[in-house]
Write a protein that binds this ligand. Structure first.
Ligand code: SF4
Length: 502
């Protein structure tokens, strides 16, 4: 429970263990304790929890989001404890990648386990309280049946929970038996009218503008959600709620902000400008975009300079000269792109993917938009040649300010065995890509830190110190890693490298 100093991308650090600096300092940098009222209700709370809270309040229940440090006060009388988390057990990328590489438990997992083992939660369970878990990482419970049992979790809700949580709350109050798992299928997902509006501020002013994504990438669960545009009035209501609680920075949340009001996967200028103008007129001080797809960036700029028009509007009317955004490169191989994400480049062809990525990075740089991009390694269909193409693409992106983060795809079967999860095998060719990502990100991180954290001097100093430690570590590994890369290129390095090896 944190607002990441108002800089949402710091949240990425919670997917890793503390590296090179004491854990307390690490936690302060990425997840400082939130501001709370005397009941322990955080001023800013995770958006997903806000939606669940709103659904319950609308249905007449007494529900509140409580900072885990203040649970004791409420669990003595509460009937149910509902818990959401992005990555309960650190099985998602990039947590699993940092865990395997460092051999240390990521802090997101560590602090969640601490919460479940805490005295107030244990005593609540002994008194017969019900525990319900949900959120995007809820599937992970299927792989930890022992903990599910040990902690007495009654129900897991997999999928969009706003409708079903009301039924569960009724059953709890009526003392009726609870189902162990509820899977909310896309057919049962709430309609626009059934999605409640949040009643308190969200972390970093996150406001959802759209749900679902039409691109259908094979590895993405978002694909299963029906596409819904949130009406402008509903979006503005949530913006006003944030402003009322003193949160003046808004992040537009969508799997692809540029597809708001789009014609299929083709962005349209009118709805995007209308959305931004309306939000600006509410008195917001600054704005961010959660995600954009790179193909939408290219299409929008080629067809009417939409990216330039939006950023000119944002920079001229608000207190900011740049915009941070998350995006997915995933692979530099057109062959693999066609197999695993055939519509990611649409309306362009998967064969054009590397060129689309480079053009999008150039457009983003020209418009002062700083992307944090992901690469996925170890997808089952991947060949060494695909990985080599990804390495080439990273080289082409070297002059564009950005972070590139490698994520290691771990087949779900591996999760059944914690030892295997930690020892999953990194192939020799992956090392080159990981190394290139490290070099790229180390090159641009100082500039990004200076820009992104211009108003957070202490965090900036902490992160710069961390960068120096990473650089030292990199220097000590350089010759060994280069040798492996050289041997791998000649086909001499036949065996895979276990992550046990430093
Ligand atoms: S473009 Fe992104 S959000 Fe959409 S399906 Fe692909 S990975 Fe998921």
């Amino acid at each position: 429970m944190t607002n990441h100093h108002g800089r949402v991308f710091l949240g990425f650090l919670t997917t890793s263990p503390a590296i090179g600096i004491p854990e307390r300092l690490w936690m302060w940098i990425c997840a400082p304790k939130p501001k709370v009222d005397k009941e322990g209700r955080p001023l800013e709370a995770p958006y997903g929890l806000r939606k669940i809270e709103a659904a319950l309040l609308d249905a007449g229940f007494k529900a509140a989001i409580i900072d885990p440090d203040y649970l004791d006060k409420h669990l003595k009388t509460a009937k149910a404890l509902l818990i959401g988390h992005h990555d309960f057990f650190a099985f998602c990328a990039p947590s699993n990648t940092w865990w395997a590489v460092t051999k240390k438990e990521p802090v997101n997992r560590k602090y969640f386990i601490k919460l479940m083992e805490s005295k107030p939660v244990r005593q609540f369970k002994k008194r017969g309280g019900k525990i319900v878990v949900g959120g995007p990482a809820v599937w992970q419970w299927l792989f930890v049946e022992d903990l599910w049992e040990k902690w007495g979790v009654d129900t897991i809700i997999d999928g969009e929970g706003e409708k079903v949580v009301v039924e569960i709350a009724e059953r709890i109050l009526e003392g009726k038996p609870l189902p162990k798992i509820i899977y909310v299928s896309p057919r049962d997902a709430p309609s626009i009218e059934e999605i409640p509006t949040i009643k308190g501020a969200s972390v970093n002013g996150l406001v959802e503008i759209m749900r679902g994504c039409p691109r259908g990438c094979k590895f993405s669960s978002v694909t299963l959600r029906p596409l819904r545009f949130i009406p402008l009035e509903k979006i503005l209501e949530e913006v006003r709620t944030n402003i009322r609680f003193g949160v003046n920075h808004i992040i537009l949340h969508s799997e692809d902000v540029l597809l708001y009001g789009a014609n299929g996967i083709r962005p349209r200028e009118a709805p995007l400008l209308k959305l931004h103008e309306a939000i600006i007129s509410e008195g917001v001080k600054s704005m961010g975009w959660a995600h954009v797809s790179l193909a939408a960036v290219v299409y929008a700029q080629r067809n009417g300079r939409i990216i330039s028009k939006l950023t000119e509007l944002i920079y001229s009317k608000m207190d900011q000269n740049d915009l941070g955004v998350q995006t997915g490169i995933e692979t530099g191989s057109p062959r693999l792109a066609r197999l695993i994400m055939p519509a990611k480049a649409a309306p362009y062809k998967p064969e054009e993917w590397p060129d689309i990525v480079e053009e999008a990075f150039s457009i983003l740089a020209d418009n002062n938009i700083l992307p944090a991009a992901t690469i996925i390694l170890n997808i089952p269909e991947e060949t060494p040649d695909d990985v080599a193409k990804t390495a080439e693409l990273i080289d082409r992106l070297k002059d564009y300010p950005s972070l590139i983060v490698p994520m290691y795809f771990v087949p779900l079967g591996v999760l059944k065995n914690k030892k295997e999860l930690l020892n999953f095998r990194i192939k020799a060719e992956h090392i080159e890509v990981m190394w290139k990502c490290l070099e790229h990100s180390l090159r641009w991180a100082p500039k990004l830190i200076d820009t992104y954290l211009s108003r957070n001097p202490l965090v900036r100093i902490g992160l710069k110190a961390f960068l120096e430690i990473v650089k030292l570590k990199k220097r000590s590994l350089e010759s060994k890693v280069k040798q492996i890369i050289k041997e791998a290129a000649k086909g001499q390095y036949e065996h895979v490298v276990s992550s046990n090896t430093s």
